[in-house]
Write a protein that binds this ligand. Structure first.
Ligand SMILES: *Cc1c(COP(=O)(O)O)cnc(C)c1O
Length: 421
């Protein structure tokens, strides 16, 4: 019986990736029991090997001082390069298109400095109406900075709908594309979990002469992505959500190969983006590295890169193919249990089609006050996440979440729905 605990236990026993759970620290409750952690969309859990990777850099710093730049086991000077191939694989990009640097909102600004080039006739930026606040602030401040305070264009769901219809996105770009300088979409949307067809958005946008950028904060390490083939101009993401690289760890970006030598495009520059052969010549003239690396500004935080390296080594071992396959099953199982036990209590606003979502399901409560129930399940050891105005986001991460996690969550939710007035 698919809705029994025994079924969940059997699935865990057969799970090819089941052994990876042991490679992560699962937070414990006060009573010593493990939390039901379903919040990898907000902060991914710590791999047990991360400590070793970070310790290595602390030791090398202690032992070598500045000479660690060349003499550390993993020399700091090229350290970011050790991450490129594995990060590129995760998002389906070529190594020349990817660099790990800065944090996400910073990268969005840097990429807009290059790819948002407004003119009098074409100055708008198109985002989702429920875009993540930081993305909206970044976009609005860019618009103001360039002198186009009314340039924000939003993709809104139809009345009484929560998801965007592909045909509405298409129509918006068709009818207003001539005035749009940049399309910047979150994939999946952080609130609804809706995944967009970024290849088709890139094609529609490019046909109208727009630049197309994607925020993959919730996509990297979650979706099976083919960024190079999707033809988008750029993307940026963080590494502390599905990529399990630690709170505030630095992010990464993708800049399509066709822009690798676009040295005529304006960009904000710093010494780390300068040609490596002459970087330490301390010349006056900036000569950017070919490819995404040429957008770097500063020498990066090695302790953060070490944590990312630990995580990428796990992702590389597993591969997005297997991870994504388990993700579809695990999230499908969550969906099944919710509909079996709680059909009249919980509405899943995330799309039903696995192609249009990642691992996260966004839940709205039909009859009970969402916030109250959320607080009640939190007391019972569930770590999930609440987003105003009324969504509980549940993200079973296929690397470390089990079928039993999902089962326990649904049982606790059911009990607390019964208990809450
Ligand atoms: C998590 C998230 C951010 C966070 O940005 P930081 O600069 O890393 O703090 C931004 N945008 C989206 C869509 C996110 O999901």
């Amino acid at each position: 019986m698919k809705h029994s605990l025994v079924y969940a236990q059997e699935q865990d026993a057969q799970d090819e990736l089941g052994s990876y759970r042991k490679k992560f620290h699962i937070p414990k409750q006060e009573n010593g029991a493990l939390h039901t952690y379903l919040c990898g969309n907000s902060l991914g859990l710590q791999p047990k090997i991360t400590k070793e990777y970070v310790q290595q850099e602390l030791d090398d710093w202690a032992n070598y001082g500045v000479e660690g730049h060349l003499n550390a086991k993993n020399p700091w000077l090229p350290y970011h390069e050790f991450l490129t191939d594995k990060m590129a694989k995760i998002v389906g990009a070529k190594p020349i298109e990817v660099v790990v640097m800065n944090t996400l909102s910073v990268n969005l600004h840097l990429l807009m400095a290059t790819f948002y080039r407004p003119t009098k006739d074409r100055y708008k930026i198109l985002i989702e109406s429920d875009a993540f606040p930081s993305d909206r602030y970044a976009v609005e401040s860019q618009l103001k900075f360039h002198g186009y305070p009314d340039g924000l264009l939003e993709l809104k769901p139809r009345n009484s709908e929560t998801l965007l219809r592909p045909e509405d996105i298409e129509r918006k770009i068709e009818t207003e594309g001539n005035e749009i300088a940049l399309i910047l979409i979150g994939c999946p949307n952080y609130y609804t979990g809706q995944v967009f067809n970024i290849k088709s958005i890139a094609e529609l946008g490019h046909n109208k002469g727009c630049m197309v950028g994607i925020d993959l904060a919730h996509g990297a390490g979650n979706l099976k992505l083919e960024l190079h083939d999707s033809n988008i101009d750029f993307a940026a993401w963080c590494t502390y959500k599905y990529l399990n690289s630690g709170p505030g760890s630095i992010g990464a970006c993708f800049i399509h190969e066709r822009h690798a030598r676009s040295f005529d495009l304006p960009r904000f520059a710093g010494w780390w983006g300068h040609d490596k052969a002459t970087r330490f010549g301390m010349r006056d003239e900036f000569s950017p590295i070919t490819g995404a690396e040429g957008w770097q500004l500063s020498n990066p935080p090695i302790l953060s890169l070490a944590a990312i390296k630990a995580s990428l080594d796990i992702f590389d071992e597993v591969g997005m193919e297997k991870l994504h396959k388990k993700s579809i099953q695990l999230t499908g199982y969550l969906e099944y249990l919710l509909s079996f036990f709680l059909e009249n209590e919980v509405e899943i606003i995330t799309p039903k089609n696995p192609e249009e979502r990642g691992c996260q399901l966004s839940l709205q409560l039909i009859r009970k006050e969402g916030k109250k129930v959320f607080e009640a399940i939190t007391k019972r050891g569930v770590i999930a996440d609440w987003r105003e105005p009324n969504v509980i986001r549940i993200a079973p991460a296929p690397l470390y979440n089990s079928y039993q996690d999902v089962y326990h969550f649904v049982m606790i939710l059911k009990e607390e729905l019964d208990n809450t007035q």
